[in-house]
Structures are given as structure tokens and as C-alpha cells.
Write a protein that binds this ligand. Sequence first.
Ligand code: FAD
Length: 373
Amino acid sequence: MKADLLVIGGGLHGLSAALQSARRGVSVILVERHFLGRHASGATAAGVRTLGRHPAELPLSLEAADTWHVMKDLVGDDCGFTACGQLQVAEDEPALAKITDRVSRLEADGFTHERLIGPTELRSLVPDIAPHCLGAAWTFADGSADPHRTIRAFRDAAIGAGVQILEECLVTRLVRRSSHWFAETSKGAIEAGLIVNAAGAWADLVAELAGDPVHQAIRTSMMVVTERTAARVRPVVASLGQKLSFKQTAQGTLVIGGGAQGRLAPDRQSASVDVVALAASVGAAVRLFPAIQGIRIVRTWVGMEAMTHDHLPVIGLSHRVEGLVHAFGFSGHGFQLVPSVGRAVADLVCQGRTDHDLGAFDVTRIATERAAA
Ligand SMILES: Cc1cc2nc3c(=O)[nH]c(=O)nc-3n(C[C@H](O)[C@H](O)[C@H](O)COP(=O)(O)OP(=O)(O)OC[C@H]3O[C@@H](n4cnc5c(N)ncnc54)[C@H](O)[C@@H]3O)c2cc1C
């Protein structure tokens, strides 16, 4: 099999890069070792959040935010995106001071996406919120989407653009020879001029195969979904300093996450729920919304993804190996970035450069020594 570009990883970042490269005339094969969306992209809370982003991520995040509002133009479906807004609540004075400081700094830098609100406005947005909450940062244009609709829409759009998708296809060896990559996979050999490494929690293994070793950790974020309950909360709600993100779906179920970590299996291939850590997240949700006490949990799960030491992703060209573009390490907040990162990666694939400043995402900061041959 032969293509201009081989994308390794069938999560949303692989699909977005494949789609946006193919739309510019590049022939693309995308390989996924399991099935599309099997890992982080299928396990995600799917929060579409500019709120509280690291300043280095803001340009990509704000570009992505614009696309989420017109997602149909990119992939033919709105992906279930609802602009229900996001709140980051302050439960005490130090949290309020931090949020106030951040919003002031953003405003001083000319950003207007976050607004500080006081207790009265907070209660008008979420009447059930506990009385001790002092205020919040509010992003009315943020929201959340349906992860499975998003995966399906990106898959269909990618296939429509000519991307060849191979599922149950594991890349096991990569060799660079005469300006070409030769990939050995469980479904045969693939030759390509360029590779995009979008292998999520296993991106370090792919980087190693390609001769550009890196150090990353694996996040194992847990989620909870409850039985249906009466409508109480419209925005997505987080609490500064707590591992909590809380939302209610259109069906009435409550979805609770926020980064509480499960247990990683020693072979790094799977993870399981840590009930004690999960109870802390659920406790934080009950503290914020006392009325949900007693609602039954229906399902819990864990999602795995790559995490860097500074929690910023790795996006950009390898400096050690020709023809390799990295897009991984989203550290628990990559869902919202899918449309803009896919565009930046397609820029690198098609032009070798992008107008986005990717300096903070350079692979060098997590590079490790290459093993002696
Ligand atoms: C529980 C949870 C909640 C989250 N909530 C949010 C949120 O609210 N908002 C937000 O913005 N982000 C959130 N995130 C983060 C977001 O979901 C991820 O950043 C994003 O989905 C990562 O997509 P990806 O394509 O990089 O990785 P993945 O979806 O993990 O895809 C990588 C794929 O590569 C494949 N692969 C690996 N190695 C190989 C190989 N050698 N050959 C072939 N295929 C290979 C894997 O099987 C995998 O399917 C959350 C994540 C989790 C886990």
C-alpha cells in the first residue's frame, strides 16, 4: 500500500489531520490498531472549553471555538455541539482571587472570552448551586459535544475526502529510506512520504519506532454517568482547584469527570477505575450541587491518553527525523482543539510550515536520548 501520508492513530486528532490533509489533495492512509475512537476520543467528556486554557494554547483554542460553532461546514454535522457555556466556580476566597487575577490578565492582553461573574449572576445561571460558591469565570460561547457523533462525522468526512482507513491495523516497525517511510503493520506494508504520529497514549512508542524517542506519561482519567434526573444544570461546571467537571445531558443524565485518575495496568495497555479517587470527584459534585445527593451512578469508565510534564501537547515536525509530524500529548484537554490542530498539522504536511506559533508545543522539550545503534 502506498500514499503521500500515513496517519498513525484513529482518534479525533488522527482523523482531523487526515481529513484536512486529504482535502488539500494529499493521498492519505490512516491506521488504527483497534477501532476508530477506541481510546481517549471515545472516552472523552467532550467539553468544548476555551475557559482556563494555558495562554500558549489560546490561539489554537479560540480558532477551534469558532469552528465548533460552524462544525457542519467542516464535517457535515454539528457533532451534537451545544453552546451551553462553561463555568469555573470559586468555592472560597483564594479561588476567587485566582480567577479574578486570570480574567484581569486576559482582559489586559485583549482577550474577551472569559468574564468574571458574581454570586447573583452565578445563581441565575445555575440556581441549584451551593450557597458557599462566591463567583465564577464564565464563557458563554463554550459548551460540549457528543463524542461519538463527532468521531462518526470526522470519519465520514475523511472517507468522503478519499482517506483510506484501516482498522485493527497495528504499526510495528518504521524505516526511513530514500526520503520515504516503510511501515510494517499487522495488515501489510505501507509506503509513505510523511507520517503523522497521532497515537495518543502510545505516541512515545511510535516516536521510538520512528527514531525520535520522547518521554511522556499516561493519564487515566475517569468518568461517571448517573441515572436520569430532572433538568437542573445547563452549563458545564468546574470548580477551581478541584478535580471536577459536571454537566447534564439532554437526556437528563449527569456526567461527572474532571481528571480523577484510575489505575494504569503495568503493561500500559489498559486502565481500571479507582473507586476511592472517583468518590472524591463525585463528592466534589455533591458539594457543588447538594440536590444530586442519592442519584444513582449507572456507569463508570477510564480513558487513556498521553500526558506531558507541562500538560501542553506536542504538535510539530520532528527535528531529528525527516518526514515526521507529531500531534499527541493533549494531557486531558485535546477534544476542543481537534479542528484547529488538524488544520495546523495539515499545514505542516502540505507546506512544511503553519501560521500558528507552535513553539510551546515543540517536541524537543520532551525528547530523550536516542539509544546507541
Ligand atoms: C475521560 C476523559 C475526559 C476528557 N474530557 C475532555 C474534555 O472535556 N474536553 C477536552 O477538550 N478534552 C477532553 N479529554 C481529552 C481528549 O478527549 C483527548 O485529548 C483527545 O480525544 C485525544 O485524541 P487523540 O486522537 O490524540 O487520541 P486517541 O483518541 O487516544 O487516539 C489515539 C489512537 O492511536 C491508536 N494507536 C496507538 N498506537 C498505534 C499503533 N502503533 N498503530 C496503530 N494505531 C495506534 C490508539 O489505538 C488510539 O485509538 C478527555 C479525555 C479523557 C480520557
